[in-house]
Design a protein around this ligand. Structure first.
Ligand code: FAD
Ligand code: SF4
Length: 400
């Protein structure tokens, strides 16, 4: 965004909670419209003005090279690895690399505050974005809130509080809007620590997902779609319940995922400096993508606390992705015994490491391409980035 009077946005008015957002049903509740930065929504909103390639250029000084297979899939990067904390943070989503980096940045005075999301008092999954100023406040934000979270709703507070050096932790749609308004925030330095994100849900959608899929929805403390092709639910008593992907009640869950997530193509958080996920790493490890020098500086802060190994890739995802397209469309659900068996089989011979990440990207991009084509055909051309079109073109999709 260029040549905008930086005080202009302060005259704009945030939208009232619950009122219809400019992106309408595609709104991911990223929080921008809860602030006076709504002034920039037409350019900044990831669902109104997809501009990943331009913002890659702005952030990393170049957009991804579509000729390089790893960049096509995982975005601009200078390094990738698998890592885990030698001493995991208890109660973190994985081993707590995200929380640890944020704490180090605060402790060393590199930033004065961290935008992250705690949960509300009443609801362990109710998102409550905050500016954390102490390690304790960062730790209180550990673990995924697997719901749409208005992380950018506190941007007004950032500007008012006079913070100059800030770390923002967030998912792709939040980070796209953040990058678009970055220059208006009055910061001296912005660091962005991203996680991949897919299949997010509204709070009501989450309830439906838990009730349809888990045996004990009220005791779930966290869950993840794992590389062993099962959803792992962790319960209050520490027990783990595993449900194979192939046993999910797809027909009932079809409408659960938020329309924003059904039309998102930034699974890998292309605009963060550093991305910490799991899907490109062996089971039990986290997957790190260093996008630029600033991301490397952030990772260096915790190097001594990590075990690392190179990324690996095994198997061939293509046939499984092609088969998943009509299966999802028809809402096929296998009986549980068959789903368990299929899970064991796929785990043995299925894609691993980066190939698993490609499997997940391909299956979500093909599904989302069809969703946009069917529900928002007028957006198809501009909303889908070129890299996603290249990925989808590898598969045969139904005509309509
Ligand atoms: P922790 O130290 O536990 O910290 C988690 C951080 O996430 C906290 O700082 C918190 O502020 C932030 N956070 C929590 N909920 C949200 C939210 N709703 N929006 C924005 N920020 C949030 N990784 C993959 O590789 N593949 C996936 O398919 C994938 N899907 C994800 C879906 C969702 C909805 C989310 C939030 C994350 C997803 N991730 C995925 C990332 C992964 O689950 C872990 O969050 C990541 O590996 C960091 O783990 P950690 O133990 O280091 O994090
Ligand atoms: Fe506003 Fe964010 Fe919703 Fe777009 S996704 S309409 S920027 S709140």
């Amino acid at each position: 965004m260029t040549s905008v009077d930086s005080s202009k946005h302060k005259k704009a008015k945030a939208l009232k909670p619950g009122s219809r957002r400019p992106a309408k049903e595609l709104c991911s509740e990223c929080g921008l419209c809860d602030t006076y930065y709504i002034h920039y929504v037409k350019e900044a909103c990831a669902f109104i003005n997809q501009q990943i390639e331009t913002l890659e250029q702005q952030t990393h000084s170049r957009s991804r090279n579509l000729e390089k297979p790893d960049e096509l899939y995982f975005g601009v990067h200078q390094d990738m690895m698998a890592a885990r904390k030698k001493e995991p943070v208890p109660g973190a989503q994985w081993t707590g690399i995200v929380s640890t980096i944020a704490i180090e940045m605060l402790n060393r005075g590199i930033v004065e505050g961290v935008v992250c999301v705690q949960n509300t008092k009443e609801d362990r999954f109710g998102p409550m974005p905050v500016i954390a100023r102490t390690p304790e406040e960062v730790l209180a934000a550990k673990v995924n809130k697997p719901t749409l979270s208005p992380n950018l709703s506190i941007l007004e507070q950032v500007e008012k509080s006079g913070l100059k050096r800030l770390l923002v932790i967030g998912v792709g749609c939040q980070i796209q809007a953040l990058r678009a308004v970055e220059k208006q925030l009055g910061l001296e330095k912005l660091y962005v620590l991203g996680t991949p994100c897919v299949d997010n849900v509204s709070r009501e959608g989450l309830q439906k997902f838990l009730e349809t899929t888990s045996k004990s929805p009220d005791t779930v403390v966290h869950y993840e779609f794992m590389q062993d092709f099962r959803v792992h639910f962790k319960h209050e008593d520490g027990s783990i319940e595993k449900v194979p992907f192939f046993g999910l009640k797809t027909n009932k869950l079809k409408d659960v995922f938020a329309p924003s997530c059904m039309s998102c193509f930034d699974y890998v958080n292309s605009l963060a400096d550093l991305v910490v996920g799991y899907m490109g790493a062996p089971f039990g490890w986290q997957w790190i993508v260093v996008r630029n020098d600033q991301g490397q500086q952030m990772l260096d802060l915790v190097n001594e606390q990590l075990e690392t190994q190179p990324v690996m890739s095994k198997g061939d995802r293509k046939a499984a992705v092609q088969q998943s397209i009509p299966a999802y469309d028809k809402g096929v659900t296998l009986p549980m015994w068959a789903a368990q068996l299929m899970g064991v089989f796929i785990e043995k011979i299925g894609p691993k490491g980066l190939e698993y990440a490609r499997f997940s990207i391909d299956s979500h991009f093909t599904r989302n391409y069809l969703y946009v084509k069917r529900n928002h055909p007028e957006k198809l051309e501009a909303h889908i980035p070129q890299f996603a079109k290249c990925i989808v073109e590898q598969y045969q999709l139904p005509e309509s």
